[in-house]
Ligand binder design. Structure first.
Ligand SMILES: Cc1cc2nc3c(=O)[nH]c(=O)nc-3n(C[C@H](O)[C@H](O)[C@H](O)COP(=O)(O)OP(=O)(O)OC[C@H]3O[C@@H](n4cnc5c(N)ncnc54)[C@H](O)[C@@H]3O)c2cc1C
Length: 315
């Protein structure tokens, strides 16, 4: 299947939930995983840098643009068997996947309620919440990589906490086309009750403004957790310090630079509260990281991915 029409110099802010960033050099929207595979393989063959975007809910493209081809993935087909096998195109929304699997009486993906991205984006950052993550349920992944389409074992992705091989510096040029999962049968009432409870907790915590969700990853550091008097006991036991706790303790809750602000409800959300540029958002993030390093001696690591050309960026 041939990919659709390629457009040049397309503003990316409307393709991201942070509503910021410059232009894609070239952009194409694809509606089928075959089209996604064809576009990715063509770009790989001509050594053109390629960025696949799902819902753009975990990225910040540079104001100076994203070179090469940006592929907007709108391939959304999902097939669910009552035996628990699931086959989904990578552009389907993670929440739709939960709904379709729940309708078939399958449990496991309740945590996806409220995570706004696609399944492809979820795999790249091993998205998760409430002690579950997407990698737990995978049985296979179809990728376009190294000049061919192939099914690989989930271990190919080298998953860890909010991380995979596709987030590393110089990652392999690969597009995720389809994913296969196996989910256990569950009690329908328990599935929906759990999902509703997660949704209720999110509504209480998540601000409505433009954001990319949690900007930084939480910190796994048992010694730091133990040393923080006001950290809840469950987090001390787990040795986990939420990034939002550190940012808030550094006095930055609600702190604003230009159009970018650390959330007032949830300090680990950076919000675009008024036409923020990507540079403003990244500068605020750098300021937060600096203050947390000064106060606690730890380096926060971004969960959000910076896309494109940042060579002119200074803090
Ligand atoms: C309000 C809000 C709440 C959130 N809550 C959570 C949460 O609870 N837990 C959590 O883990 N995340 C959360 N997120 C972050 C985000 O929604 C997830 O990381 C999501 O899975 C990203 O999917 P996406 O389609 O938007 O990816 P994008 O932002 O479009 O892309 C992310 C990265 O994946 C790459 N990519 C995307 N699709 C493909 C593909 N098919 N093949 C190869 N590479 C690809 C992109 O190039 C990019 O590097 C939240 C975000 C928001 C805005």
């Amino acid at each position: 299947m041939e990919p659709g029409q390629i457009r040049k110099h397309v503003r990316l802010s409307s393709y991201t939930t942070l509503r910021a960033g410059g232009f894609a050099e070239k952009l194409v929207e694809v509606w089928h995983s075959d089209e996604l595979g064809a576009a990715a393989l063509l770009a790989q063959a001509s050594e053109m840098p390629t960025t696949v975007l799902g819902a753009g809910s975990n990225v910040l493209p540079s104001d100076d643009g994203v070179p090469g081809l940006t592929i907007i993935n709108r391939a959304t087909r999902i097939a669910v068997a009552r035996t628990g096998e699931v086959l989904a195109e990578s552009g389907c929304s993670f929440q739709d996947l939960f709904l379709k699997t729940a309708q078939a009486g399958l449990r496991g993906l309740e945590f996806a309620v409220g995570i706004p991205g696609t399944v492809g984006g979820a795999l790249v950052s091993n998205a998760g919440a409430y002690r579950s993550c997407v990698s737990e349920f995978l049985t296979g992944i179809e990728v376009a990589h190294d000049g061919k389409r192939e099914w690989v074992d989930p271990s190919w992705m080298e998953f860890s906490y909010r991380d995979s091989i596709l987030r590393k510096s110089n990652p392999p040029q690969a597009a995720i086309l389809r994913v296969a999962m196996k989910l256990p049968l569950g009690d329908p009432k328990a599935i929906y009750d759990e999902a509703r409870e997660y949704q209720r907790q999110r509504i209480g915590k998540q601000p409505p403004s433009a954001s990319a969700g949690s900007f930084f990853k939480n910190v796994n550091d048992a010694r730091l957790a133990e040393s923080l008097e006001t950290l809840p006991i469950a987090l001390k036991k787990a040795g986990v310090v939420p990034a939002g706790y550190l940012i808030e303790s550094a006095g930055l809750k609600g702190f604003r630079m230009g159009g970018a602000m650390f959330g007032k409800k949830h300090a680990n959300f950076i919000l675009n509260v008024g036409g923020a540029s990507a540079y403003e958002i990244r500068r605020l993030a750098a300021h937060g990281r600096g203050r947390v390093r000064q106060k606690f001696g730890v380096d926060l690591e971004e969960e959000v991915l910076y896309l494109g050309d940042w060579t002119q960026f200074t803090t």
